[in-house]
Design a protein around this ligand. Structure first.
Ligand code: ZN
Length: 455
């Protein structure tokens, strides 16, 4: 459950006089509703960019639409700095995953606000809420005539959910090197939870795991299925290998970021004190979500998913295989993944390993430095929580920002009212919704972060 923290400080901003706060909060919520009413199911993102550009123009910010495919434009906006200071990008994506209206309590593109203050729609938590908050924060700063020492950018991209069309961030980082910033705030964090020992933590995503799928083929001898003892059927052999893979649970890995997570949960030096496996186990006891997420994040997962057999029913195949969805910590090599698979399989059954696609490595940013300090200060003052630096087991566009530009990129947008269970249940699912207070809070946070970091 989320800890509900009363918001006692009237002005969240280090700006001397944050006269625009009330208007900003209202506009953030209204803009989120407008964005939810645009159906940008992976495609049609230009319509979202146009809503944002028109809104920003009202605050005197000239946005630019940059498109490789005219239906799928990305939006860039900038408040130039006076020079000499660090630069910061507010990042988001404008596409959403499909929604089947038959399953929803409120239609997925309605942008309804219910009596309890929840805003409903596909993208309410992933991530038109954050896009609206970041855009309203930039507009608010512009209206107040604010200028940082470094540039403040807003980068809202298409095609994050799929990425295959190469029109969103993966294309933009190459096409427009001028979007490079020292720091970035993107999706992936901000959910608060209370540990079994009473401590309040708020997640901040500092990195992403990568993927390195592996295919395992049991080797046999092809033959006619009518005479099962003639060939050497690899299918039963695959069954034995599958049993050894089990559910593909991760092998724990002593990784610097895993140590940071365990230190936050269990105190400094947790791994040296307890041993890695025991530290992960004790960390899992602190919250039911950690019991599943911590072991998965803290190593290489080897999850069997796709099965491959004969092309026809009457053929005993020469090979029968399984593809493993493997998620790797940043820095884990192809050889290390293959070695982990071999350890599970043993050496008494004939099999071969192959890589069905090239590994896509993840990366992460340091959990210290100026942006970290700013977020931690906001968490202390406004949320009264400690930051918990997690790695995302999925994927976000922050990977490209770190890889191409060396940007320190975090996933963070604070939630103080929407329960974690509601947020988690809504991701890519029916009835996605967010409390409007969290959109307003996020707009406040982004003004705070820009003003504190860029001066
Ligand atoms: Zn997303």
């Amino acid at each position: 459950m989320t800890s509900r923290t009363p918001l006692t400080t009237p002005s969240p901003s280090p700006l001397a006089d944050d006269a625009d706060a009330a208007r900003r909060r209202e506009e953030a919520v209204a803009l989120a509703g407008d964005l939810l009413r645009v159906d940008s199911t992976n495609g049609n993102e230009t319509a979202v960019a146009e809503v944002l550009a028109e809104y920003l123009a009202g605050a005197g910010v000239q946005a630019e639409l940059v498109a490789r495919d005219e239906r799928r434009a990305n939006l860039l906006a900038r408040i130039p700095g006076t020079g000499g200071g660090p630069s910061l990008a507010f990042v988001g994506h404008s596409d959403v995953v499909p929604a089947d209206a038959r399953d929803w309590t409120h239609p997925p593109f309605s942008g309804d606000v219910d009596d309890d203050g929840y805003l409903w729609g596909r993208g309410a938590v992933d991530m038109k809420n954050e896009v609206a908050a970041r855009t309203a924060a930039m507009a608010s700063l512009a209206r107040q005539g604010w200028q940082g020492t470094g540039d403040l950018l807003l980068v809202v991209v298409a095609d994050e959910e799929d990425g295959a069309a190469w029109v969103g961030m993966n294309w933009l980082v190459q096409e427009r090197p001028d979007i490079r910033t020292d720091f970035a705030l993107n999706e992936g964090g901000g959910i608060a939870f209370t540990l079994a020992d009473g401590r309040h933590l708020t997640e901040i995503s500092v990195g992403e795991k990568g993927t390195a799928p592996v295919r395992v083929d049991a080797i046999g001898e092809a033959g006619h299925a009518s005479t099962p003892t003639l060939g050497d059927n690899p299918v039963p052999r695959l069954a034995a290998l599958l049993a050894r893979l089990g559910r593909g649970e991760a092998e724990p890995l002593d990784h610097p970021q895993v140590r940071v997570m365990l230190d936050t949960l269990l105190g400094a030096g947790a791994v040296d004190r307890l041993g890695l496996a025991e530290a992960i186990r004790q960390g899992g006891l602190l919250h039911p979500d950690l019991a599943t997420s911590l072991p998965a994040v803290a190593g290489t997962t080897l999850t069997p998913t796709l099965l491959h057999g004969a092309a026809a029913r009457n053929v005993i195949p020469a090979r029968a295989g399984v593809t493993l969805d493997c998620r790797i910590l940043p820095g884990t090599t192809e050889e290390e993944v293959l070695a982990a698979v071999r350890r599970r399989l043993g050496d008494d059954i004939a099999y071969e390993l192959s890589l069905p696609e090239p590994p896509n490595p993840g990366n992460y940013s340091t959990s210290k430095g100026p942006l970290w300090d700013v977020v931690q200060r906001f968490a202390d003052e406004r949320l009264r929580t400690t930051l918990f630096p997690t790695l995302c087991s999925g994927f976000t566009d922050s990977v490209y920002l770190r890889r191409e530009h060396g940007t320190v990129a975090y996933g963070f947008s604070p939630f103080a009212t929407t329960p974690a269970a509601v947020i988690d249940a809504g991701y890519h699912n029916k009835d996605e919704r967010v409390h409007v207070d969290d959109i307003a809070l996020s707009a406040d946070f982004h003004v705070y972060a820009a003003a504190a970091l860029l001066g």
